[in-house]
Design a protein around this ligand. Sequence first.
Ligand SMILES: NC(=O)c1ccc[n+]([C@@H]2O[C@H](COP(=O)([O-])OP(=O)(O)OC[C@H]3O[C@@H](n4cnc5c(N)ncnc54)[C@H](OP(=O)(O)O)[C@@H]3O)[C@@H](O)[C@H]2O)c1
Length: 193
Amino acid sequence: MSKVIIFGGTGFIGLSLANHIKEKGLNPVLIARNKPNPTIDHEFRRWDAISIGNWIDDLNDAKAIVNLTGKTVDCIKTPDNCDLILRSRVDSTKLIGRAFKEVANPPKIWIQMSTAHIYGDPPSQICNEESSTGYGLAPFVGKAWEEAFLQSIPPGVRGVRLRTSFVIGKNGGALKKPKTDYQVRVRRKSWRW
Ligand SMILES: NC(=O)c1ccc[n+]([C@@H]2O[C@H](COP(=O)([O-])OP(=O)(O)OC[C@H]3O[C@@H](n4cnc5c(N)ncnc54)[C@H](OP(=O)(O)O)[C@@H]3O)[C@@H](O)[C@H]2O)c1
């Protein structure tokens, strides 16, 4: 069965995608730092998201990879958190690019998460691929993330950038944790996007 490797596949989007991929007759392999809940029966490989490990073997002969890795942005935007939001995305993307070069038969498709927030928060403009990127933390991270992807994807591999907006679902996502007034007040005092 053809393998699809999902980096950062143990989170909200990754697990939903893995279930869908399995229904389509493919074999999803989840890669993350922490083992998912034991009720999840997809194949799992551990990595540290900064160095090559045994997980690289799964890239050989895989059909595609999807990279969803990244520290959640649902946190107070302290300088340390902002740093980790950036590094977890950029460094993991560069690492995957290095891994591609080390396997004999790497996947021909690399689907890379990005963010619709790369456009910032224009109040009324409808954005598309031709629109300029915005100002602030999210556009800064989004641009660095996409730049790392474009520099890392090997020639001949089909690359797809997903400029995804809020994802909601029955089992989590942006609707799971409605913000209390207290959290909103704290965030207003923190370093915002
Ligand atoms: N959900 C949305 O509305 C939305 C919208 C647009 C874009 N996105 C992007 O889509 C991706 C997946 O979103 P999601 O909602 O599924 O996120 P999630 O549930 O928070 O899952 C994040 C995944 O990344 C890994 N991860 C977390 N922190 C990490 C770190 N510091 N270093 C390396 N790996 C780390 C997690 O596993 P481990 O911690 O075990 O490694 C997990 O597999 C993220 O990059 C997010 O920015 C999400």
